[in-house]
Design a protein around this ligand. Structure first.
Ligand SMILES: Cc1cc2nc3c(=O)[nH]c(=O)nc-3n(C[C@H](O)[C@H](O)[C@H](O)COP(=O)(O)O)c2cc1C
Length: 439
């Protein structure tokens, strides 16, 4: 069976003509095109074109030379078809391809099929290419490839399997590193899809939502009617603890899970939040696309998407309940939670089997994810996790200076909190938790 290939620049590539100098802007940077033929060829490649069609107006050796360069830069996608049917598209086309080698084949456990813009896309964190399947028979073949396939393959299946093998989507790719067995699918997907070089998508501060939705405000807004309890700045006594030499604080820092005999008080909570999470300054320079802020801990793009809530179990000066911290007003808002829901939260001990009971206070940290995703493409959730690490360490150090008992928690009751607090888990997912007690 005869297969035809046609080519096109990848969707992310832009052809820029500045003063007669033609450049292709791709995800990996600009590629200037010199001479007469390459720019003409690139122009033709803004639409699907077969090699035969390109050869009608340009020298074939030049065509192959330029196509090879475009492939090496990840700027070319290639579509395979028969005289009557589209089969599949590989984008970007890999620098080199090998034909089907024969033998038993199976899909990599890291490969996944998803719907994107109405098309069926096969992707893998082990591949910087994506394969769009146009032919239902090849989609069925992908299903079959979930088990080992050793039968004789048809011509289109052999072509397809050769490409899947070339782009690292067959099982053989999984054996290329001795470390792969320890990776779970979701961990490698998160790592690969957020690390430049392992995926074909744009990344960084692209502001891709700038035209279709406004940036979220620097601080979370609440209905006017919500109660606000102002917190004090650190008192003289707590202020002097905060003057402890930095290296001493670093050396003393450790996770302390056992609550003290006395309970924490609202002044300590106020000092702790003031030094670890308050908003120090809004950055609303007209040069910025969206307002940002400065706080004690750093944040990607100064966007500070993290929100701090806490469950007060035993806190002098604060009723048992759930509160939200307003970092701009340095105040807390008591949140309406039913007695049953409060009992449900108080029933979850972060340190089970220790016999220590609940910490005085458990902080729950959410992310107004859209703050970060509005600006950053591909890496937004990675930045949120990194911001969280910065907040954790700042909280640890401040708690240590204040002579309190801090401990980070790796897992939090994300679904329960979203339900109890009536927060949409996709608008504002809970991403972390941190316990604090008196010592
Ligand atoms: C991201 C992160 C998650 C953690 N999760 C938990 C946890 O769920 N439960 C717990 O008891 N300790 C947790 N810890 C505390 C670690 O167990 C602790 O940092 C580690 O044992 C080292 O002890 P140190 O903090 O006293 O130096 C966490 C720490 C970090 C940084």
């Amino acid at each position: 069976m005869e297969f035809e290939q046609s080519h096109r620049l990848v969707e992310e590539a832009r052809l820029v003509n500045a003063g007669g100098c033609v450049t292709i802007q791709g995800v990996r940077g600009p590629l200037p095109l010199k001479g007469g033929a390459p720019p003409a060829l690139a122009e033709r490649l803004t639409a699907w074109t077969t090699e035969d069609e390109l050869g009608q107006s340009l020298d074939l050796p030049v065509v192959y030379y330029v196509l090879n360069i475009l492939r090496r830069y990840g700027l070319l996608q290639t579509r395979y078809q028969t005289a009557s049917d589209l089969l599949f598209t590989v984008s970007p086309a890999p620098g080199t391809t090998r034909g089907f080698q024969g033998g038993t084949v199976r899909l990599s456990r890291f490969a996944y099929l998803r719907q994107d813009q109405g098309a069926a896309k096969l992707e893998s964190p082990l591949s910087s290419c994506r394969v769009t399947i146009h032919d239902p028979l090849l989609a069925a073949f992908v299903f079959e490839l979930c088990s080992s396939v050793s039968r004789e393959l048809g011509a289109a299946e052999r072509l397809f399997a050769g490409i899947l093998s070339s782009v690292g989507m067959l099982d053989s790719a999984d054996t290329s590193s001795v470390s792969l067995p320890v990776w779970e699918f979701h961990d490698l997907l998160f790592h690969g899809r957020t690390s430049p070089g392992f995926h074909p998508y744009p990344y960084g501060g692209t502001f891709r939502h700038k035209e279709n939705r406004p940036a979220q405000p620097v601080v979370k807004s609440w209905p006017e009617t919500t109660d606000v309890l102002p917190l004090a700045s650190p008192s003289d006594n707590l202020q002097s603890k905060l003057q402890t030499p930095f290296v001493e604080v670093l050396n003393r820092r450790q996770s302390v899970r056992e609550p003290g005999t006395r309970s924490i008080n609202v002044c300590e909570i106020g000092a702790f939040l003031h030094e670890s999470a308050r908003l120090k300054r809004v950055l609303d320079n007209p040069g910025y696309h969206c307002a940002a802020s400065l706080r004690p801990y750093p944040s990607g793009g100064a966007l500070h998407s993290l929100e701090v809530y806490f469950l007060a179990h035993r806190c002098e000066g604060l009723k048992k309940g759930v509160y939200h911290y307003d970092p701009q007003a340095h105040a807390v808002r008591p949140l309406a939670v039913s007695p049953e829901d409060l009992a449900g939260l108080l029933a979850v001990c972060p340190f089970p089997d220790t016999g220590w009971g609940l910490p005085d206070v458990t902080f729950y940290i959410s992310s107004r994810f859209e703050r970060t995703a509005w600006k950053y493409e591909s890496i937004a959730y990675r930045l949120v996790q990194q911001d969280l690490g910065c907040l954790y360490q700042t909280m640890y150090l401040v708690a240590t200076a204040l002579d309190l008992a801090p401990c980070a928690l790796g897992v939090t009751q994300c679904a329960l909190l979203a339900k109890v607090l009536g927060i949409d888990p996709h608008s504002e997912p809970f991403v972390g938790a941190f316990t604090l007690s008196a010592r």
